[in-house]
Design a protein around this ligand. Structure first.
Ligand SMILES: Nc1ncnc2c1ncn2[C@@H]1O[C@H](COP(=O)(O)OP(=O)(O)OP(=O)(O)O)[C@@H](O)[C@H]1O
Ligand SMILES: [Mg+2]
Length: 363
């Protein structure tokens, strides 16, 4: 594969804050990579270093094998869309899209054709004469995308460009971005704190926390094989509870939490007997059992504390005394066909060993 961006052991400090800590990752040509992580974890700082707006304190960033810092801004072939729209308010949509072409001294005869082509691409054909205030939020964001792409950059950088939009529009635009990116094949690095957006849009995902890359993988692999407790907890609706390792011969292993003995998977980690672990279980892997069922490796009993109707599903929060009083979140994806479990009622829960991850505790 052809590497477009290579970030090697990059650290960025601001005074005594380490914003990015020894990050290593790469992006192949044509790939859509999303960097996801909580607020303040270093996503924007990393993106700004790729753009060449910040210089790494240590480490190396290359685009096409060249260090970015050495290339002046107007020579970098990078399109950018940021959270705060930076459309020029006094220019029409078409003039905004033409701006980078003029800056880069494209042949004036070529510019109108390009502007039209990119406005069509973002489905704004015919609206080129409008100024930003005459466009909706989503339309303005499309102009920003057309402007970032009109000069055929090698690399597109997106820093939470959708976060200001309402949920429905944001979800539409996620698919729209993906369509445009695939149509053009432009290598893209997208930044978000929204795990769903990362899963929906990306070929690859990098999860960051506290400046440190936690895991880099495809969406499916990241979801199914979280490499540590942070990733397991951050991606998906996940319940965590502490436990102690009771047997490690063979797979699955056995752990004890409160008075419950459970079968779990160690996901490649070597765990010692009596080691403290954090167990993680996804809400969609737990079933509410009607009566006693031995169809599952693990079964516990608990009290419904909350029942949340979300339209396409019901989320139950169940307090399980046997699991050190932990709360487990459980989805019911077909509530019309199922019993309704009232708040305060007792329920039996079941899930399988392969869905219960055991990670080493941090302390
Ligand atoms: N110019 C700066 N001077 C000092 N500290 C900074 C500077 N820029 C960023 N930081 C700090 O570095 C850390 C990472 O910031 P960054 O903006 O990269 O986070 P982020 O992941 O983009 O967060 P968000 O999701 O809130 O946008 C934060 O602790 C932030 O306060
Ligand atoms: Mg940011």
């Amino acid at each position: 594969m052809d590497r477009m961006v290579e970030i090697t052991n990059v650290t960025k400090t601001f005074g005594d804050i380490t914003a990015v800590d020894a990050a290593t990752l790469s992006v192949d040509r044509g790939d859509f990579l999303t960097i996801v992580g909580p607020s303040g974890c270093g996503k924007t700082t990393l993106l700004r270093m790729v753009a060449g707006f910040e210089t790494p304190s240590t480490g190396d960033i290359r685009i096409h094998g060249k260090q970015v810092a050495d290339v002046p801004a107007y020579r970098r072939s990078i399109g950018m869309v940021f959270q705060k729209l930076a459309l020029f308010p006094h220019m029409t949509a078409a003039q905004n899209v033409a701006y980078p072409l003029k800056m880069r001294r494209f042949d004036p005869k070529e510019i109108p054709g390009r502007v039209e082509r990119y406005l069509d691409l973002v489905k704004l054909g015919g609206l080129g004469d409008r100024r930003p205030h005459e466009l909706s939020g989503g339309q303005q964001q499309r102009v920003a995308i057309a402007r970032a792409l009109s000069f055929s950059p090698d690399l597109l950088l997106l820093d939470e460009p959708l976060s200001a939009l309402d949920k429905k529009l944001r979800e539409e635009m996620q698919l729209e971005f993906r369509r445009i990116q695939q149509e053009l094949g432009v290598t893209t690095i997208n930044v978000t704190h929204d795990q769903r957006e990362a899963l929906v849009m990306s070929d690859h995902i990098v999860v960051m926390n506290d400046g440190v890359v936690q895991q880099a993988d495809t969406p499916v692999a990241l979801y199914r094989e979280p490499g540590n407790r942070f990733v397991a907890n951050f991606i998906g609706v996940t319940s965590m509870f502490p436990a102690t390792v009771k047997s490690v011969d063979g797979s699955p292993i056995t752990v004890q939490s409160g008075s419950a003995l459970l079968k779990a998977r160690a996901n490649g980690e070597v765990l010692a007997l009596d080691a403290l672990v954090e167990c993680a279980i996804r809400a969609e892997q737990i079933r509410i059992l009607d009566g006693d069922s031995d169809a599952f490796d693990n079964r516990v009993e608990g009290t419904v504390e909350q029942r949340i109707f979300e339209g396409d599903r019901v989320v139950y929060a169940v307090r399980v005394e046997d699991l050190a009083d932990s709360i487990l979140y459980v989805f019911d994806h077909d509530p019309e066909q199922h019993n309704e479990y009232p708040v305060g009622g007792r329920v039996h829960l079941g899930w399988n060993a392969r869905d219960l991850f055991a990670f080493p505790s941090l302390n």
